[in-house]
Write a protein that binds this ligand. Structure first.
Ligand code: B12
Length: 409
């Protein structure tokens, strides 16, 4: 299922607020999407077309799906039916600002958050595109301006309930909500700092709760905090939970947590505030592999947090990411045993790590001869310890057939 497009909706809200008319078109994966694009352009006659590039691929080493090929088709349709400049942005785009622009064929790309920059870009275009160009902009000729992340996130509106009501069945869907941006943790494979920057920036908890209240009155009850690390900063997370508890909204929500800095008090507050499931991204259960992935926690911290979550009835969706630099058969077995011993509600095992530019993993892949120095990595490339290449996928496939599980998800 396609997640509701929070990022695009935030940019649309900011653009409307700046006085522009906006038409939002959300494309599914169906064959009819080209017709939808033609029809929308025909009816709206846009001056500028913004395209949100969320996913590049599905990060699946065994049978990777490269998702930009169909988007390239969409861009080509836009170009065929209208002469409006095409502006690319979004999480996936921000990881690959040059190569995705070249591949998809837009006029301009915006790296990072779009709320301030997209309206600024529209004014710049209206005024004849004289230099200097707005921040975070990339152009096909290679010129670009530096990316800037805003600190006052409260200045950026969250989408209004009416926007989500337009989606059929949305009151039963999980509405994405974001309270923070940025991640300073530097896991060796992660692309988040390219998308959101490293410093943590936050919305005031009052504003987040006010927004959730409006949505609750609009008929929505199920939410997903899409913050990379709900528990950072822990004091902020506790404050937010307390305000949610006081507001008595009767919500049910999911969050992503980093298994450190989660004490029993935070877990209890989360449960009381309506959290019913967390993604627990420990990725490995081997004490030797955790520092190699630059994880700052130990297995015993993961265990303690997992037990605390189970005690208050929050479901735990665990993740293993196997095959990274330094992985051995022993560390894989340790991870599998460890994950098993946690008695998680669900476990997703990924074999092979998607290599993103400017990460320590990309340097390791280069040193191990897995990628070439001139590879821009837009086409999915994966790191798997060379000595485990044949054994590891089979080992995990057997694990699933033994357990009768259909998929690693
Ligand atoms: C939460 C999340 C999920 C949740 C979504 C929950 C929900 N209901 O929304 C779940 C768990 C479902 C999920 C699933 C997947 N995800 Co995910 N997800 C994220 C995460 C952590 C946050 C996304 C988010 O909502 N951000 C909040 C919004 C406000 O920000 P935003 O979308 O980036 O938008 C801002 C800017 O990008 C920009 N912008 C956006 N659009 C546009 C358009 C224009 C024109 C402009 C100018 C600017 C602009 O402005 C916006 C506002 O500031 C990101 C990582 C990250 N840090 O971004 C990965 C991420 C997007 N996911 C990723 C992937 C791969 C997936 C999956 C394919 C994983 C899988 N194998 O199943 C699936 C695909 C699901 C699908 N069908 O699309 C990758 C994408 C990169 C890639 N390789 O393709 C990311 C980047 C993580 C990573 N590994 O690096 N995901």
């Amino acid at each position: 299922m396609v997640p509701l497009p929070l990022g695009l909706a935030c940019v649309a809200a900011a653009t409307e607020r700046a006085g522009h008319c906006v038409r939002l078109l959300v494309l599914g994966s169906d064959a009819d999407c080209e017709n939808d694009v033609r029809q929308a352009i025909g009816q709206f006659a846009p001056d500028v077309i913004g395209v949100s590039v969320r996913n590049i691929d599905d990060q699946n080493m065994q049978s990777p799906r490269f998702l930009l090929a169909s988007l390239k088709q969409v861009v080509a349709v836009c170009r065929a039916v209208c002469s409006a400049p095409i502006v690319l942005g979004g999480a996936g785009y921000s990881i690959f600002p040059e190569s995705a622009l070249a591949y998809l064929g837009g006029e301009i790309g915006i790296r990072g958050e779009g709320e301030a920059v997209f309206p600024a870009l529209l004014s710049w275009l209206e005024q004849g595109a004289q230099s200097p160009s707005p921040p975070a902009a990339y152009f096909p000729n290679g010129s670009r301006s530096p990316t800037a992340f805003a600190f006052a996130l409260d200045d950026f509106l969250l989408p209004e309930p009416r926007l989500w009501l337009d989606f059929p069945g949305s009151t039963e869907m999980r509405i994405p909500v974001q309270s923070r941006r940025g991640c300073p943790l530097d896991c060796i494979y992660c692309s988040t700092s390219l998308i959101e920057g490293r410093p943590i920036r936050r919305r005031s908890p009052e504003l987040v709760v006010r927004w959730l209240k409006a949505l609750r009155h609009g008929g929505f009850r199920h939410f997903h905090f899409v913050d990379n690390t709900f528990n950072l900063l822990p004091s902020y997370a506790k404050d937010l939970c307390r305000k949610l508890i006081d507001a008595e909204l009767g919500l049910d929500w999911w969050a992503i947590i980093y298994p450190k800095w989660v004490d029993a008090e935070l877990v209890e507050l989360m449960a009381k505030a309506g959290c019913t499931q967390v993604s627990l991204g420990f990725e490995s259960g081997s004490e030797t592999m955790l520092p190699r992935l630059n994880k700052r926690f130990t297995c015993s911290e993961v265990r303690e947090i997992s037990e605390n979550l189970a005690r208050v009835g929050i479901q735990r969706y665990g993740f293993l990411l196997l095959g990274g630099p330094g992985e051995t058969r022993e560390s894989v077995e340790e991870s599998l045993e460890f994950a098993d011993s946690l008695h998680l509600d669900e476990l997703k095992i990924t074999v092979g790590l998607r290599i993103y530019p400017q990460t320590p993993l990309a340097s390791a892949a280069l040193a191990d001869g897995l990628i070439r120095p001139d590879d821009d990595l837009l086409m999915p490339r994966f790191y798997i310890t060379p000595s485990l290449r044949d054994w590891l996928p089979d080992r995990i496939a057997h694990l699933h057939s033994d357990q009768g599980a259909a998929d690693t998800m």
